[in-house]
Design a protein around this ligand. Structure first.
Ligand code: SF4
Ligand code: SF4
Length: 353
């Protein structure tokens, strides 16, 4: 019988022999230089992983090049991290310096380990997704170009720094709990082409697609209608029904959120909270977004204690002082009017001093 769904391959088939032999038996690791982790096992085995940034959207030439490098120094072994960095796994210590020299010579950025920014994670953007408000890849590229020194360790940060970009509030990337999250937002209620909707719209599916119950059938026009009071401009309905459009070049843009983290080290995980409600789309370099992110990182780096993530720092000094230090205005947009805010005051993104 032909097998059609093989699922993901078993990762154990692909790990280097040194990891197989020492699986679950690693004793400690150190960071001898930015971007290099030295793992030592109880058996005395030593493995170095060398982390380099990837541009996330990569060419086939680039993939060939990293594979060639891995063949030369790592017996063909490399891995991608969850934040799209590449790690070269070096079991033969004598190959470490030659590998670093070749990476330097080819202008690969080595870093992203420990107290640094790691690669920005981002969602698909205009190119791939129908509900995108912005171009997540373009913003990410612009930010990372500005943050290179924080990746390579030339510029210091007090703790790990995780930045994520999502091109709409569906946030299919990891934005909810990032130190800095850039989230695309629509600000206008979707427009319905009733004539088109009457021909192609699956009305029950479209009605069911709305998380706030803002859509109801419009039997007169064989279409649907949207209650603007209930609509939160998420764009879900536009994905389900091609007759509904939400894109708006003037009013679409991004918001910036701060202080989230997934880690439960020292303090519990935290959601990111709203810092900047709106910045317009400014392709191709998103200068205002990039400047805002840089400002947030610099203010945090200058004021936080060693080891303090952005959210922990804000928690210590208070949001009022954070807004002052970051020179950000506090507006009505920072007040949470989420329907259940009253009942879930302490567990939502509710802003409070
Ligand atoms: Fe699509 Fe939204 Fe995900 Fe971006 S964040 S890829 S627009 S669902
Ligand atoms: Fe509902 Fe979102 Fe469409 Fe508004 S944009 S009608 S909230 S699905």
């Amino acid at each position: 019988m032909a097998r059609t769904d093989f699922g993901p391959p078993d990762y154990r088939e692909m790990v280097p022999p040194i990891i197989k032999e020492n699986y679950g038996d690693w004793k400690y690791h150190t960071v001898p230089r930015p971007g290099v982790l030295r793992h030592v096992s109880n058996s005395g085995a030593v493995l170095h992983s060398v982390r380099v940034a990837s541009p996330r959207l990569v060419s086939s030439e680039w993939i060939h090049d990293i594979c060639d490098i891995a063949e030369k120094y790592c017996d063909g072994y490399l891995r991608f991290t969850t934040r799209n960095n590449v790690e070269f796994l070096v079991a033969d210590e004598t190959k470490l310096e030659p590998l670093l020299a070749e990476l330097d010579e080819k202008d690969y950025l080595i870093g992203g380990v420990g107290l640094s920014i790691s690669n920005v994670v981002h969602t698909q953007g205009w190119i791939h997704c129908k509900s995108a408000v912005t171009d997540a890849s373009g913003i990410t590229k612009s930010i990372m170009d500005e943050m290179t020194g924080y990746f390579t360790g030339k510029q210091k940060v007090p703790a790990r720094l995780r930045i994520a970009v999502a091109c709409c509030v569906n946030m299919c990337g990891a934005c909810h709990c990032s130190d800095i999250a850039i989230v695309g937002i629509h600000r206008t209620v979707p427009r319905i082409n009733d004539e088109m909707a009457s021909r192609i719209c699956e009305i029950p599916t479209t009605v069911a697609s709305c998380p706030t119950g803002a859509i109801r059938p419009n039997p007169k026009l064989k279409s649907v209608e949207i209650n603007p009071e209930k609509c939160m401009m998420c764009g879900n309905c536009t994905v389900v029904c091609p007759a509904i459009k939400i894109m708006d070049p003037v009013n679409d843009g991004v918001s910036i959120w701060v202080g989230g983290k997934v880690s439960n080290a020292r303090t519990a995980p935290m959601f990111s909270r709203l810092a900047i409600p709106f910045i317009p789309n400014e392709p191709p370099r998103w200068s205002t977004v990039t400047a805002a992110v840089k400002n947030l990182v610099e203010v945090w780096a200058a004021n936080a204690r060693d080891g303090e993530r952005m959210g922990e720092w804000i928690g210590r000094i208070g949001w009022e002082r954070f807004f002052k230090l970051a020179d950000l205005p506090f507006t009505d947009k920072h007040i949470d009017d989420f329907t259940h805010a009253k009942t879930t005051f302490r567990s939502t993104t509710q802003f409070k001093f």
